[in-house]
Design a protein around this ligand. Structure first.
Ligand code: ADP
Ligand code: MG
Length: 338
């Protein structure tokens, strides 16, 4: 069972952002922010003058910083970078665990999620600065890049990730951010923090209550006024995949940075997917997979994961909410205020 809201002819796209009122028994929120994983990472908590809680926010950001170095495909020194560039096997257990989850999702998503998608992302110009004069790659170029990809080009065995094809590369971009959000939250909990929100470029995780209520995340309409709706989050994470942050247009058609590895072209049925579940990494693996699969196949995939909810917005403006989300989500009227 799911709820479909038809809002045709409205150019929506959505992103998550934390919302909160600063007055109440818990007092003001303390916020620490650093630029990490190519975006801003903020940790927020009601500190109430407790120095230990304040220090816990910095510790959580240290953890994200550590993971940023570890998972980056672009920063020299990390194992992912060395694997891609020089073929050095990856042995770091934490990186291997994330790779394993990504490989599992490749199978579950029927190939829609693929960390070896790198040659296609590169061909379409989505690494580094976006092309000033983008052009659609030729059929032969796409076919050649598609031959380079696929999980068969790498092997995870005996505590090592190795290349089976010299040209293989991995891109953990669709899992790393949310994994880091989950780890930041673990770090906060280990420090004894009971109520907090982590926001890594719109991938969110909230624990506990703030002023006696669930934390609130707005699904915003960046092209319109106000929020599309608000989600109450307690011990839940939310990850979004959309076509609105990294994209270019050719002849009025939008091409975004999430590529369908089966077709070799940017996914285009959806403009935004938000997945809500307590498992932060799973939220991101699913949001990217669903973005590639489209609404109907995406919903089938989500159904395999009990306790996972979604908001799916199609390019034609249709919004689909999973049934369980109705309890957490309040839809705002068109142009509604926060
Ligand atoms: P967003 O950047 O909107 O948060 P995602 O979390 O879905 O989106 O991550 C997108 C990133 O994942 C891309 O920048 C690219 O590095 C990588 N990617 C692109 N297509 C795929 C795919 N089919 N499977 C796995 N990773 C992908
Ligand atoms: Mg994401």
């Amino acid at each position: 069972m799911r709820l479909t809201v038809k809002l045709l002819n409205i150019a929506f796209f959505c992103a998550a952002l934390p919302l909160f009122s600063s007055t109440g028994p818990d007092g003001e929120l303390t916020k620490r922010t650093r630029y990490l994983m190519d975006t801003y990472c903020s940790v927020l908590a009601p500190v109430k003058g407790d120095m230990k809680t304040a220090a816990a926010l910095d510790l959580a950001l240290d953890r994200v910083e550590e993971l940023d170095k570890k998972f980056s495909a672009f920063r020299p020194g990390g194992q992912v970078y060395e694997f891609n560039k020089n073929g050095t096997p990856i042995t770091d257990p934490e990186t291997l665990e994330l790779v394993k989850r990504c490989l599992d999702m490749n199978v579950k998503s029927g190939g829609a999620f693929d960390i070896t998608v790198t040659p296609l992302v590169r061909l379409w110009g989505f690494y580094g600065e976006l092309p000033k004069k983008p052009k659609i790659p030729g059929k032969e170029e796409i076919a050649a890049a598609m031959k380079q990809i696929g999980p068969g080009s790498i092997e995870l065995k005996d505590g090592r990730l190795i290349k089976l094809r010299a040209s293989a590369e991995i891109d953990l971009g669709a899992g790393a951010k949310a994994y880091a959000v989950g780890e930041a939250m673990k770090s906060l909990k280990a420090s004894g923090v009971k109520s907090a929100m982590v926001d890594l470029g719109g991938d969110l995780y909230a624990i506990g209550l703030y002023n006696g209520k669930a934390w609130k995340a707005g699904i915003k309409k960046p092209r319109g006024e106000g929020a599309l709706g608000i989600i109450g989050m307690t011990d839940l994470s939310m990850s979004t995949s959309g076509d609105y942050e990294r994209f270019y247009e050719i002849d009025g058609k939008r091409y975004c940075h999430i590529i369908d590895p089966v077709k070799g072209v940017p996914a285009s049925e959806l403009i935004s997917v938000a997945i809500i579940t307590p498992d932060a990494t799973m939220a991101n693996l699913l949001s990217t997979s669903v973005f590639v699969l489209g609404r109907d196949k995406g919903l089938k995939l989500i159904e395999k994961y009990p306790g996972t909810e979604a908001i799916i917005i199609r390019a034609n403006g249709e919004i689909t909410l999973t049934e369980g989300l109705k309890k957490l989500f309040s839809l705002k009227e068109k142009g509604g205020k926060k």
